[in-house]
Design a protein around this ligand. Structure first.
Ligand SMILES: [Zn+2]
Length: 412
């Protein structure tokens, strides 16, 4: 069973756009908040402290004198943000990454849940600015947002405010995963997820294909290369353009991975399956730089992250197993092949099957042998070679290109 700590709180950030421009009082507050964060960062660096309380002691008085009106809850929250910036900075230094003094450039602020009110019916945020001064922020509420606002089992966490949107954190206790009645074992690859679905005595092949992800990655990689060449005379511009390209790439890939994850989870939930995944933790990057980029592990890890996170939120059990030898073992006789072969796995004992599907069977057998899949069993004799269930294919993303972040925000 997944390692869910009892009483664990799950948090999900939901983006809401504002229906009009931020009121000027709120804009000033954002500006002050940024100042407070940056002040606290400087003070914290000098005194070598990172905890919120220490920063509070250090910087509260001074900032209070300069900004006597700022709501004190917001000021404390600024120290919290500064603390996390400092911790990240310290981690980078420890890793040996050279970096300058951290500094918050964007206008952004975070309000803890006691420091704002959200009317969940109307979608109006009441944000205190200072004594006697509050502003109202009207959120644009879609059907997607309604699901969160109307679900009273979700409590409200912090509120992050940006000039054009806010992020509301919704929290809930991790639900107990159901007892699995079937299993969905998945071998994650560069362009697809291949696996086997086992229910009772029947085992079927399943597939979710996302070749666009690799294509998007390739295209963005080429574009970055071109940009670097063309803007070689100006490092600053070149870097900025590449960063933007990278953000765009991540968004487009994310969008698809969310769809793939959703179809996998829907399938599993409807059939009360446990999801079996390979544990990607130990897999090291390859040596060759070119190969490394092409076979980038990032989308695979990301897909797992999304699946695990959403499964936890919905109470779907996820089992992770060591993938060692999973692509080279015969699930019938247990022989381990010396080398990887082509698209098909074939064993001396006569067993042959699509290489990826074969790997997923090995993952499932590992999970079963370790008692991690409930009381499920797998009977290779009952495997239906000719049946394939498609969970996802590129046509399902036919709405194709999301523009900006709206596409991601809309995916549940
Ligand atoms: Zn064999």
């Amino acid at each position: 069973m997944p390692a869910i700590v009892k009483d664990e709180m799950l948090v999900r950030g939901v983006v809401f756009y504002l229906d009009s421009e931020l009121p000027s009082e709120a804009k000033f507050l954002l500006e002050d908040f940024r100042l407070a964060v940056n002040n606290a960062i400087r003070a914290g660096l000098q005194a070598r402290v990172t905890s919120r309380n220490a920063l509070c002691k250090l910087a509260y008085k001074g900032f209070r004198q300069e900004h006597p009106e700022m709501y004190s809850q917001h000021l404390v929250s600024a120290f919290e943000v500064a603390g996390s910036v400092l911790k990240n900075h310290r981690r980078r230094i420890r890793k040996g990454v050279t970096c300058g003094i951290p500094y918050v450039k964007r206008r952004i602020m975070k309000a803890e849940n006691q420091a704002y009110k959200l009317d969940r019916k109307s979608g109006v945020v009441d944000l205190p600015i200072r004594a006697g001064c509050h502003v109202e922020l009207r959120l644009i509420v879609s059907q997607y947002h309604r699901k969160y606002l109307d679900d009273m089992s979700l409590s409200l966490g912090s509120l992050t405010i940006l000039p054009d949107r806010v992020v509301v954190a919704f929290r809930k206790d991790a639900p107990r995963p159901y007892a699995p009645e079937s299993a969905l074992s998945l071998d994650t690859n560069e362009r697809s997820v291949d696996g086997v679905f086992v229910e009772g005595d029947v085992a079927k092949t399943i597939k979710a294909e996302f070749p666009e992800v690799a294509i998007i990655q390739q295209r963005h990689h080429d574009r970055r290369k071109r940009l670097q060449k063309r803007k070689a005379h100006d490092r600053r511009i070149s870097r900025e353009l590449c960063r933007r390209e990278g953000t765009r790439e991540h968004r487009r890939v994310d969008y698809r991975l969310h769809h793939v994850a959703n179809s996998v989870l829907k399938f599993a939930e409807e059939r009360k399956s446990a999801i079996v995944l390979e544990d990607l933790k130990g897999i090291r990057p390859r040596k060759s730089k070119e190969l490394n980029r092409r076979l980038s592990m990032w989308p695979r890890r990301k897909l797992h992250q999304i699946i695990e996170y959403k499964a936890q939120w919905r109470g779907i059990p996820v089992v992770k197993v060591d993938p060692r030898y999973s692509s080279r073992t015969c699930p019938i006789c247990g022989r381990i092949q010396y080398s990887r072969m082509g698209a098909e796995f074939a064993c001396e004992c006569g067993w042959h099957l699509d290489r990826h599907v074969n790997a997923s069977i090995n993952l499932l057998q590992t999970a079963i042998s370790k008692g991690m899949a409930g009381g499920l069993r797998f009977n290779p004799g009952a495997f239906q070679h000719d049946v394939m269930m498609i969970l996802y294919e590129p046509a399902m993303a036919a709405r194709s290109e999301p523009n900006g972040t709206s596409g991601i925000a809309g995916v549940t």
